[in-house]
Design a protein around this ligand. Structure first.
Ligand SMILES: *Cc1c(COP(=O)(O)O)cnc(C)c1O
Length: 404
């Protein structure tokens, strides 16, 4: 399997950086290898002049007031900016806030937004409800649209071309350099929800202007934190983003930042294992008679597989499975209920395997490729023994039944 090594290679290469980067700078010997946790609202200064001066330092990750971030948050911001390959990062209260804050920061009434049909559904609802109320118009585009189709959707008012690659339900990999070229030719910004590609897709090398992370997923990694991050690569973008984050009262609690800094240090080894286990299960699922197709970017059957091969240094732990036409939704739901090792629940990126049905989102975006296909589900692969996961799925598949 040619993709077998590629899914884990990026994570293995990243591991030394991840393990060592959270070490407090300039401290050697006799100090903890972990960051101190700083909780606090008020910060006091020796003189009024110092206090006033500090207030002007808001772009410099300085400790001014708890609502502008603690030293623990600022260390996490430095770590994420490094991993994303950008200049500055703002940590916010959730992955969803990491999507909504930059949309609010960079748009105004009368602007136009392009969102992929495959976008994370709370981001879609934010555009359809909140942004609409504030006078921003949204057009949805097919995630596999070519440059000609996309160019026709741009308006003089288009301010942001948003992408999520691969889509977290439907897994189309998008051509980011092409999208960047189009966005910039049309005086728009390219904003990427890079949650699946964290650590294995370099957003700024591919032309992205704003990269979004749900730290809730791989970075924290233990299903016990909700946090997000927004990274930019120019001073101009940083000032716009930072001012908006402060005006919107956005931050993440120091405990969550500390847990995420700790999670980062094991992310390489977790994801090297999880990405390989996920690909092995995906390949096995492809051989099953019940399965129509497996939507995993490292498999040739996935829309945009060639782009994944070109642009990514690894793969994630999340992929989709489409059953053959004729299997009933009800029997798939019985199958899901019968699983022992796969939890039923939202989110992903932690150490437990998870499953959720995805049938609705697939019919919206993959009409051509899944025409007439059966119901579908999404798997997140955790740290359990691969053989147990495979046996669990095999046993549960016996509940699948065909329409009469
Ligand atoms: C989970 C997720 C988010 C939102 O993250 P939360 O921390 O749960 O708000 C955003 N984008 C993608 C692609 C996600 O999978």
């Amino acid at each position: 399997m040619t993709s077998g090594n590629q899914v884990a290679r990026g994570w293995q290469k990243l591991s030394s950086t991840l393990v060592s980067q959270a070490r407090p700078a300039g401290q050697k010997g006799g100090t903890s290898i972990n960051y101190p946790l700083t909780r606090g609202s008020t910060v006091v200064f020796p003189t009024l002049e110092d206090f006033r001066h500090k207030g002007r330092e808001r772009y410099n990750h300085e400790y001014i007031y708890g609502a502008m971030g603690t030293p623990t948050q600022h260390e996490l911001e430095k770590a994420i900016a490094t991993l994303e390959g950008g200049k500055d990062c703002q940590v916010v209260s959730s992955g969803l806030a990491a999507c909504t804050v930059p949309l609010l920061a960079f748009m105004k009434a009368g602007d136009h937004l392009l969102l992929p049909d495959s976008v994370y559904s709370p981001t879609r609802r934010f555009a359809e409800n909140t942004l609409k109320r504030f006078g921003v118009e949204t057009t949805f585009y097919p995630p596999q649209a070519d440059s000609k189709t996309l160019q026709a959707l741009f308006k003089p008012t288009t301010r942001i071309l948003f992408t999520e690659s691969p889509g977290s339900h439907t897994f189309e990999v998008q051509d980011i350099p092409m999208l960047a070229r189009l966005a910039h030719e049309n005086d728009a910004l390219l904003m990427l929800d890079n949650t699946w590609g964290f650590g294995i897709f370099a957003p700024f090398e591919h032309g992205v202007d704003v990269s979004i992370q749900a730290l809730t997923k791989y970075a924290s990694g233990h299903s016990d934190v909700i946090a997000g991050a927004i990274t930019v690569n120019t001073t101009e973008h940083w000032h716009v983003l930072r001012d908006a984050a402060i005006e919107l009262g956005q931050l993440a609690g120091p405990d969550d930042c500390w847990l995420t800094l700790r999670g980062l240090r094991t992310m390489g080894v977790r994801l090297a294992h999880q990405s390989q286990a996920a690909l092995q299960l995906a390949e096995w699922l492809q051989t099953r008679p019940e399965v129509e197709t497996v939507l995993h970017p490292a498999l040739p059957t996935c829309p945009g597989h060639e782009l994944w091969k070109r642009d990514f240094t690894g793969a994630g732990s999340l992929f989709g499975v489409v059953l053959k036409a004729g299997y009933t939704q009800e029997s798939m739901e019985t199958m899901i209920d019968a699983l022992q090792f796969f939890g039923i629940g939202a989110s992903w990126g932690g150490y437990e395997s998870l499953i959720l049905p995805t049938s609705g989102s697939l019919t919206r975006t993959h009409e051509a490729s899944t025409d007439g296909a059966g119901p579908s589900f999404r798997l997140q692969i955790g740290l359990e023994n691969l053989e147990d996961l495979q046996a669990d799925l095999e046993k549960a598949f016996s509940h699948l039944s065909l329409k009469r």
